[in-house]
Design a protein around this ligand. Structure first.
Ligand code: DAH
Length: 356
């Protein structure tokens, strides 16, 4: 092996440093950078080789060139670190600045909800009455005893109060009375509407009601009702029949028949319950799930507004008469769609709700 001359070694260190620097300037990615490092500074790298060769020189030359070589090495190592930092930073800012939204991708489906079956049937029923000239009004769910009972001809201590198991609000007035409750029906709105308007009155009142009751397939402690009220001069039972018959035909089909039977509600006289003929079986099928063999299905209570209710709100009972009715919309939906348990309406089970 020929001895490297001090001059040629110094020259090659300089040339090499120059060349390495130029190459480094052109590098833009980490992979090429690593190759660059290996080829100059690695164990068999060209600078490493030169430095190793210096050991052949004599002491004085070794000292001079060693210093030169180390300087060159330090410079390249420093520039390598700097370049590494630059490349990483460039990569990062490119990552963040690139548009991350691909507008050509198909959109994510937004799950569209639907109206609750109760809401749907309430709308269907009220629509029928709106088409017949009724307006829709709503009232408070927390109600006074006064409207829920007194104004409806159900005075305190009257046995008819037992028809409505009541949830009382934990509040007492100055007299120590408990006058506030969760309305047990929508009928209190009859009095509220009449107090604030003069005849003619034609309203339907959909809303939530509450009763202190155990639940079973046909009873809930909370449920909806739709109240109806028409008061005017010369309203007779024929108007009640005609209106409710028309309602039944629009909701349950043209061929429906209706049946009225006497029933008792303190705020109407006479009071009735209205049934429609069974639309599920040809009539009186003993195994019919809907009518249970009777051929008839009760769908609401109704009657001619009691004169005491009219006089209670200051209407002239010689001049005005009216009819009222109360429908249980969940019950109507159960009949219409064959739902076998009223509690389904309140359990929020999507398997049930999605069917409507
Ligand atoms: N409010 C009655 C109830 O909850 C239903 C009812 C019956 C309403 C007859 C009426 C009616 O307006 O005339 O049991």
């Amino acid at each position: 092996m020929t001895q490297p001359s001090a001059q040629s070694s110094a020259q090659s260190i300089e040339e090499l440093t120059h060349q390495a620097s130029e190459e480094l300037d052109r590098i833009t990615d980490l992979e090429s950078l690593d190759q660059w490092r290996i080829s100059y500074l690695g164990r068999r790298g060209s600078l490493t080789n030169i430095l190793r060769g210096l050991s052949q020189l004599d002491l004085e030359q070794r000292r001079q060139l060693g210093a030169l070589g180390n300087q060159a090495k330090n410079l390249l190592v420093e520039r390598l670190a700097e370049k590494t930092r630059q490349i990483k930073q460039a990569q990062q800012s490119e990552y963040f600045s690139r548009d991350r939204i691909d507008v050509t991708l198909p959109g994510r489906p937004a799950p569209i909800g639907r109206l609750h079956p109760t809401t749907q049937i309430v709308k269907e029923i009220t629509d029928v009455f709106v088409a017949m000239g009724f307006s829709i009004v709503e009232g408070p769910e927390v109600e006074w005893d006064h409207y829920n009972f007194e104004m409806l001809n159900i005075p305190e201590g009257h046995p008819a109060r037992d028809m409505w198991n009541t949830l009382w609000i934990d509040y007492r007035d100055e007299q120590g009375q408990q006058p506030m409750l969760l309305r047990t029906h929508t009928s209190p709105m009859q009095a509220r509407v009449m107090e604030s308007t003069q005849p003619p009155v034609r309203v339907v009142v959909p809303g939530k009601c509450y009763r202190y009751e155990a639940t079973d397939p046909t009873h809930e402690w909370h449920f909806y009702q739709i109240e109806g009220l028409a008061v005017d001069e010369g309203i007779t039972f024929a108007n009640l029949k005609g209106t409710l018959f028309e309602f039944a035909r629009r909701l349950f089909g043209e061929e429906r028949k209706v049946r009225f039977r006497c029933d008792y509600f303190p705020f109407v006289e006479p009071g009735v319950d209205m049934s429609i003929d069974c639309f599920s079986c040809p009539g009186g099928d003993a195994n019919c799930r809907i009518c249970r063999g009777s051929g008839w299905i009760e769908i609401m209570g109704a009657g001619m507004v009691h004169p005491r209710v009219l006089s209670g709100v200051g209407y002239d009972t010689e001049k005005y008469t009216g009819f009222a009715f109360g429908i249980g919309p969940e019950r109507v939906a159960m009949l219409k769609y064959g739902i076998d348990d009223i509690r389904h309406f309140y359990t929020n089970d999507l398997r049930f709700l999605r069917q409507f």
